[in-house]
Design a protein. Structure first.
Length: 356
């Protein structure tokens, strides 16, 4: 069996498993599923995600809401609308809320975010609050924690600083992003990170490095998704990259699923979310992730009229539906897949409690 070899980071086995297809892939999935079920059973926890602003100061070469995308209409969800979203989350009995946005470090933005976290915690103290608003300074992260946030999600995007440099403008630094993850750990957040799988220029060695990075740095939760091209970004405008992406998207999605299965085998008790981007490749993409490795789903609660403006990548699914439809759709699929939706529980990472 390859379990021990994977746990020992045996290089050949990692390469074989990352590229697995057919029978070997089924074997890998079976092992990951078994390990996941030993910790979580068939349970799936819900987080309602509110993508509350697409205003961003950054210019990541892959991202549709980058500052340089002048075609995009920008929005910020009002406090009243946020209260409506929270009412929905309460009614649906999701155990947690995620506040996500583009990255801004202005005082106005920080004040707004702090206020919505404070209000949420006061009105719904039982709700687990996750924030995912990019790189923020230590003092502000501390204030957010004191206001009631318990988790923070900041994807490192890739563990390879050189690849990171190829995908971001010079003024964005891998070291600074990593430093921010360390600050979050110092502040005792449940810390989530992740990468995109299938990035242009990313190698199998990079993915192995990502897995090692995840294990070595003791993260509590993961948001990992496939890279999806967006035509109004520097990567998406490059004809060579466009062709490469089209030709390799299925193969890369397969590698992505294998990557998550290996991650689950390496880290049995972390939280792994099924990213929305999975449904771009296959309308059951998120369910496939939940059947193999994931234990968390984050249905969108973003107001309907903002959804088509929070486009990180092309062909984002479900942008024409409201929170109710997003909920019913995914709930049906989860039940049909034989998984067990959990309501009214925060679904915190068991790994966090173990190392704290
Ligand atoms: N601003 C926050 C941050 O930097 O963490 C959160 C929002 S950011 C848009 C959320 C995530 O979207 C990024 O960490 C990135 O991994 C993902 N993303 C951006 N563009 C993408 C693309 N073209 N395909 C797949 N994922 C993408």
């Amino acid at each position: 069996m390859f379990k021990k070899k994977l746990q020992k980071f045996d290089h050949k086995t990692l390469i074989k498993c990352l590229q697995a297809e057919d029978e070997l892939q089924q074997e890998l999935f079976q092992l990951a599923r078994q390990i996941k079920e030993e910790v979580f059973g068939k349970k799936i926890w819900f987080r309602g995600i509110i993508e509350f602003s697409n205003i961003c100061q950054n210019n990541c070469f892959y991202c549709g809401i980058r500052k340089g995308n002048k075609k995009l209409e920008r929005f910020k969800v009002s406090k009243e609308e946020i209260l409506d979203c929270l009412k929905f989350i309460d009614k649906a009995n999701y155990g947690s809320v995620v506040y996500q946005s583009g990255e801004l470090i202005s005082e106005i933005f920080k004040k707004y975010l702090l206020e919505i976290v404070k209000t949420t915690h006061k009105k719904y103290p039982q709700l687990g609050i996750t924030v995912s608003c990019g790189e923020q300074d230590f003092n502000f992260l501390k204030k957010l924690k004191q206001a009631g946030a318990i988790r923070y999600l900041l994807r490192i995007e890739t563990s390879n600083p050189e690849l990171y440099a190829n995908l971001h403008p010079e003024k964005m630094s891998w070291e600074k992003r990593f430093g921010c993850l360390k600050s979050l750990q110092k502040l005792d957040y449940q810390v989530g990170t992740g990468v995109m799988v299938g990035l242009p220029g990313q190698t199998i060695e990079d993915l192995i490095r990502d897995l090692k990075f995840f294990v070595d740095n003791k993260f509590d939760m993961f948001g990992i998704g496939p890279y999806v091209i967006h035509k109004d970004t520097p990567l998406g405008k490059d004809a060579k990259i466009q062709n490469w992406w089209q030709e390799n998207k299925e193969k890369n999605f397969n590698i992505f699923l294998n990557f998550l299965a290996i991650l689950r085998i390496l880290l049995p008790n972390v939280n792994i979310a099924a990213a929305t981007a999975c449904d771009v490749f296959d309308s059951s993409g998120r369910i496939k992730v939940l059947q193999v490795a994931g234990n968390v789903i984050m249905p969108s609660v973003t107001p309907k009229d903002c959804r088509d403006k929070y486009l990180l990548y092309q062909n984002k699914p479900n942008i024409d539906e409201g929170a109710d439809k997003s909920f019913k759709c995914i709930l049906n699929k989860i039940k049909k897949a034989g998984l067990e939706p959990v309501f009214g529980e925060q679904g915190n990472s068991p790994f966090y409690y173990k190392h704290n």
